[in-house]
Design a protein around this ligand. Structure first.
Ligand SMILES: Nc1nc2c(ncn2[C@@H]2O[C@H](COP(=O)(O)OP(=O)(O)OP(=O)(O)O)[C@@H](O)[C@H]2O)c(=O)[nH]1
Ligand SMILES: [Mg+2]
Length: 256
C-alpha cells in the first residue's frame, strides 16, 4: 500500500465483493439492473465492463456514477478478463446486464462462500420439484429459456457430468460468485460464451469446493440476446471435449 492509498472497504464478513456487469448494447436493460443492484446492495464494488456499445449504454452507466471499464479487446471472455484485473475484491461475481439474473440471490451466494466454499453457482435446474414450473418448463426455474436453449443447456450439463463428473446442475448460467484466489491456480483463455464451460470445468478439475443454489432466471427486460444458440452451443461442446482431453480424460479432480 502506498502512503496515500486508503485501505479498501470490506464487509462485516471481512470480504470485499466486486460485482462485474458485462454489457454490450443493453440500453433497454442496464438502468433497471444497476438501480436494482444499488438498491439491494450487499457488495463493496460495482464495475460495468462494456464491449463497445453504441446504443447509449455507456451514458446510462455514467449517469449513475457507476464505474465503467471500456474493454480494449472485443469479445465476452476478453471483457471479463479485463474486468477481473480491474476489480479490487477478493470475492468476484458476475451479474448480466439484461435483467435475467436474480441479483437478490447475492447475499445467499455470499453466505455460501462464507460457509467455506470457493465457488457458488445460481442454478436454473436444481430447485425442489415443487418449486419448479416457475419457469416455462416443469423441470426448471428459468423464464428465459426457449425450448432450443433448454435442450442445449441440459445436453451440455449431461455431457459435463458424463465426461467430467461435473458436480453441479447448470453449466451455462452466468450468475456466479467465487474467491479470487482461484485464479492463483487456474488460468482462463476462452473468448466466446463457452467461457462459462471452461471456467466451471477448470474450477472443478482443480479440486475447488463448488456449491450451487436454486435461482430463478427472468426473461430479458428488452433488447436482443448476444448469445447465438448454435455457434455458442457448438463452441461449448468443443470446450467440453477439449477440457476432457486437457484433464487427462479424467472424470474428476486430481486429489490436491
Ligand atoms: N463486455 C461485454 N459484454 C458482453 C459481450 N457479449 C455479451 N455481453 C453481455 O453479456 C451478458 C450475457 O449476454 P446475453 O446476450 O444475455 O447472453 P445469454 O444470457 O447467454 O443469452 P440469452 O439467454 O439469449 O440472453 C449480457 O449482459 C450482454 O450484454 C461482449 O462482447 N462484451
Ligand atoms: Mg441473457
Amino acid at each position: 500500500m502506498t502512503k496515500d492509498s486508503k485501505p479498501l472497504k470490506t464487509g462485516p464478513d471481512g470480504h470485499r465483493l466486486s460485482v462485474i456487469v458485462p454489457t454490450l448494447n443493453e440500453a433497454a436493460c442496464i438502468g433497471t439492473v444497476l438501480d436494482g443492484l444499488l438498491e439491494t446492495g450487499g457488495f463493496e464494488e460495482l464495475l460495468v465492463v462494456d464491449g463497445g456499445s453504441d446504443d447509449g449504454t455507456q451514458a446510462i452507466v455514467e449517469e449513475r456514477g457507476v464505474q465503467l471499464l471500456r474493454q480494449s479487446r472485443p469479445g465476452f471472455g476478453p471483457g471479463l478478463y479485463e474486468a477481473f484485473e480491474t476489480a479490487t475484491g477478493d470475492l468476484l461475481c458476475i451479474v448480466d446486464a439484461d435483467g435475467s439474473h436474480n441479483w437478490q440471490d447475492l447475499p445467499r451466494m455470499r453466505a455460501t462462500i462464507n460457509d467455506g466454499y470457493d465457488y457458488v453457482l445460481a442454478s436454473r435446474y436444481c430447485g425442489q420439484f415443487k418449486y419448479r414450473g416457475i419457469g416455462r418448463w416443469p423441470w426448471s426455474t428459468s423464464n428465459d429459456d426457449t425450448l432450443l436453449h433448454e435442450f442445449g443447456n441440459l445436453s451440455i450439463v449431461f455431457l459435463a457430468k458424463l465426461l467430467h463428473g461435473y458436480p453441479l446442475s447448470d453449466v451455462m448460467m452466468g450468475l456466479q460468485m467465487w474467491r479470487r484466489s482461484i485464479f492463483d491456480v487456474i488460468q482462463l483463455e476462452e473468448e466466446s460464451q463457452a467461457f462459462e464451460a471452461e471456467f466451471k470445468l477448470r474450477v472443478h478439475h482443480a479440486g475447488f469446493k463448488m456449491a450451487e443454489l436454486s435461482s430463478v432466471e427472468h426473461p430479458r427486460i428488452g433488447g436482443e440476446a448476444k448469445l447465438n444458440a448454435w455457434t455458442d452451443g457448438l463452441a461449448t461442446a468443443r470446450v467440453l471435449f477439449r477440457e476432457w482431453k486437457r484433464s487427462g480424460w479424467r472424470r474428476g479432480p486430481k486429489s490436491r
